[in-house]
Design a protein around this ligand. Sequence first.
Ligand SMILES: Cc1ncc(COP(=O)(O)O)c(C=O)c1O
Length: 448
Amino acid sequence: MDYGYPKGRVFYRKLTRTYPVITHGEGIYLYADNGKRYIDGSGGAVVVNVGHGQRELLQKITDQMSRVGYVHGTQFTTQSVEDYAEALGRVLPAGLGKIYFLSGGSESVEAAIKFARQYCLESGHSQKWRVVARWHSYHGNTLGALSLTGRIAMRRPYLPLLVDFPHFPPPYCYRCPFGLSYPRCGLECAKALENIIQMEGPETISAVILEPIIGATIGAVVPPEGYLQLIKGICERYGLLLIDDEVMTGMGRTGRWFATEHWGVVPDIMVLGKGMSGGNFPLSAMVTRDEFVDRLKERTGGFVHGHTFSHHPVACAVGLAVIEFIREKNLVQRCQERGATLLRKLNELKPFPFVGDVRGKGLMTGIEFVKDQRTKEPFPRSAKFTEQVMDLAFENGLVLYSGTGFVDGVNGDMVMVAPPYIIEEHQIDEIIEILKKTFSKVEAEKEI
Ligand SMILES: Cc1ncc(COP(=O)(O)O)c(C=O)c1O
């Protein structure tokens, strides 16, 4: 039985469609109560990494629940919180030794904005509070995070509520914002950060935030070699903290534990979410340098921030079970290998006239659709191209993640393919087959 507005009491994000009821999941598959099977080709919102229905996680999680399910983070801790922090600390980049647990990606971004501000304040830089972000980024939907997010359509209704944070163009080589091409461009897009810092005044800026590989808004856009190193250098030169938003890319998704490792860059603050719990519980974190936390300890004696569900004992038990699962099964390496296969096979879709770009790293990949492969002209938004692909793929039993509007704020179509890390080679073939079937139908039905 499907639910959806106006049936049932719950209202979901989309009020114009109905939602199948999923009864259970197993590995990369989800099963609905009408017997239909779906391949979770995007792990939900690029969350599910160890797969669905992993019974070996269960014992560790219920053990914690049966011992104690909740204590408040200002009063107590539990061994699950401390043990998970130790396990996470072993894979975090050297220097990032302190972890603050939260419940969702937006929450961890909010914490990062505030931590950067408090750190500046307690370092004698009371004017520093603004965070520089990029257009086409996604950092979350709460008001602080949305003020950083560079996704026009999501910002527009709430503009009067947003904080005045500056934005600069992304390293989007397929549609270079400067009309240049790599490497002759000299990484103009990274240098744009320096211009904006100078214009806005470095004395007002606390930090720069970026997704090392751009996810939800444009779909797995990997920066060119040298980009992140240049950004880090600019941050250092102007005394700004670098906030690395690894909510989507972190925990192994791109074939390294954290995506910035591909370029040897260590940020000052890292935010994590999604894959930390593999989707089994709301869990996120803000991670930073020991000496920054020492500074807060010496001055105010605390981080002026907090939530009811931060440092949650069960959430951390889930996180611990998931990180152990990833380590024991060597899944980060597997992401790298399976990711290379997935990307190679997605490239086989390029003969479809509307496949403009195929991109990504590890098991975080994206396909951008265009009306004209040569000119890269996007489909008009009124064509609802992405929606057609998503609906047909769904009908064919494949769940994808989508984004629109990134070319000019209105037009622009993409889907992401980001399956659980445990995916087998033959299951990648299953995804490709469904994509081919879906694209063939779209091609037959559309006047392209
Ligand atoms: C890079 C990034 N940051 C932050 C967020 C926000 O996370 P949440 O939806 O858990 O609040 C997301 C969600 O897609 C994301 O991709």
